[in-house]
Design a protein around this ligand. Sequence first.
Ligand SMILES: O=C(O)CCC(=O)C(=O)O
Length: 254
Amino acid sequence: MLARLSQFLEARTSGSRCTIDGQPFSLPTAAAKLRRYGVLKIRQLLDPGLISAVGAAARDQYEERDARVAAGECLSPPQRQSHLRRTLALHGITTGGRPATEALDCQAIRALAGSHLGGLPRLDPNTYVRALVPGPQIQALPFHQDQSILQTPLLNVWIPLAECGVDAPGLEVVVTDKRDLLAMAGPPDHEVPVERVRIDERLVVETFGPAALWRPSLRPGDALVFAGTTVHRSHVTPAMTKPRLSVEMRLVPS
Ligand SMILES: O=C(O)CCC(=O)C(=O)O
C-alpha cells in the first residue's frame, strides 16, 4: 500500500516545495522518520497565504466571542471552557467560503496518516485552533500524550498560524522511538482533560533524558506531525513576547 500511495503522492507533490530535513517530501522517508522519532517537521507543507487567511478568520472569531463575553452573554459550560482555554473548534472556521478543515486537508498528510495508522484516516472532532498569548493569563499546556486523552492511536498535525518557537510560544516534544504511555500525575476528576493526563516533568526527563527534548522553530506553512504517544507541551520562555495561534488537527483511524 505504501508503494502505491508513494507513487500517487510523488505525482501530486511534484513541483511542491514541501521538504523534510532539506530533502523533497517522500512518503517512505516521512513514514520511516515518524516511526523512528515519533515526530516530524515538514517545511512548506501549506501555502502561507492560506495559513494567513485561516489566522485572520480565527482572530475574527476570537474577537467576536470576546465581545459577546464582555457584553455579558452567558456561555454554556463547554463554550466557557473553550473561551478560558483560548481554543476554537476548527470545524466552525471558514476561509474563502470553504471550511478550514477542508482548506487545510492535504494529500501528503492523509497518506502519511494512512500509513502511520494503518488505514483510512478521518479528522477527529477534537481539532482546534489554540491561542497562546505571553503574559500571566497564558494557557500553556503541560507535558502530556494525546493518546491518553483520546484513547485511540492518532496523528497530531500541528500547524502554527504565525512564526513560533523564538519570539512566540512553540511546542516542546520528546524525540524517541519509545511508544509507551507514561504515568499521569493530574487529578483524575479535573474538568480539563489535559490536566487529568499531565505528566510530571521529572518523569519525562528521567525517562528520555534532557537531550530528547526538542523545541523546533516553525514558520507559517510548516507543520509538526507527531504520534498520539509522543510526549509534548507548550514551549514558552520569559523572552517570548509575541502571541501565537496554531491549529491542532487530530487524525484517527476511521
Ligand atoms: O499548542 C500548544 O501549545 C499545545 C498543543 C498541544 O499540546 C496539542 O496539540 O496536543
